[in-house]
Design a protein around this ligand. Sequence first.
Ligand SMILES: Cc1cc2nc3c(=O)[nH]c(=O)nc-3n(C[C@H](O)[C@H](O)[C@H](O)COP(=O)(O)O)c2cc1C
Length: 323
Amino acid sequence: MKTAITEMFEIEHPVIQGGMHYVGFAEMAAAVSNAGGLGIITALTQPTPADLAKEIARCHEMTDKPFGVNLTFLPGFANPPYDEYIEAIVKGGVKAVETAGRSPEAYLPPMKEAGIKVIHKCTSVRHSLKAERIGCDAVSVDGFECGGHPGEDDIPNMILLPRAAEELKIPFVASGGIGNADQLAAALALGADGVNMGTRFIATVEAPVHQNVKDAIVAADERDTRLIMRGLRNTERVLNNAAVEKIVAIEEEKGADLQITDIMDLVGGVYPKVMQEGDMDIGAWSTGMVVGLIHDIPTCKELVERMVNGAEETIRGRLASFL
Ligand SMILES: Cc1cc2nc3c(=O)[nH]c(=O)nc-3n(C[C@H](O)[C@H](O)[C@H](O)COP(=O)(O)O)c2cc1C
């Protein structure tokens, strides 16, 4: 399959693995890139820019295909040394960066100078247009179904993608809720030039997370995610568990008075315990509604090939048969 996204990132298949905290290590990124997609290392999972440089070097040892790095610009209070992380990306010879969170505008010049293609992930048409205006090369349009932070507009992809297609001139991929071949075909029909997946890639053989995490994803269905932190305007879609039930109860009790400190021990610093130790009830972790469509744990190569070949079959077979 050849699209504007495969051309831009010099990849075989229009499938990107979104940045994921404590999942996006070199093993994950290399497996997706070796499968012909675009694997992505998550910069801020690395404690320092020097650690990111080492992770990029490790990934180069595992694949000779292109891979990217995710740079998440966190809400105001946190301020990692982004300039130094970008220096590590540039020096590491990485040619694709997925930005997310706040606007990447201030950080674009050194990346553009290094010839890096920047794909900004956003949850609304207006933010996508801003990304286009400030010089991003592509957008990852992240619908309300997504795992992680769906924003505050609550627009699902059946509306968001065709709206993005109406407005955007730069290419975009469909992100959020994607996990199978027919959804890839649907995303292309709705104007996207590919897909970005998070949750689906966690339930793969190579994902460097505890088996409990993969099993929980396979066991869950589409009703098993919850939205937390709405009151803080930092909404996150997570898998329901004992900690999430506690968070929801605290949020209901505190109402408009909710502060991040009220739930901090249930949302802060829990990722290593979930992803590496497999402690499934310790806190809230991002998961998308696509869990309802995830029934197995394939290799990344099996998954990507199944999606691309299946999408092709759907387009040539079922869809063409209507004409
Ligand atoms: C466990 C997990 C951690 C994530 N961490 C990040 C992150 O650190 N930065 C980021 O930009 N997106 C993050 N995301 C969002 C993904 O990159 C992607 O946009 C999202 O998962 C797409 O929705 P899907 O899960 O329905 O495929 C995370 C998602 C998951 C499931």
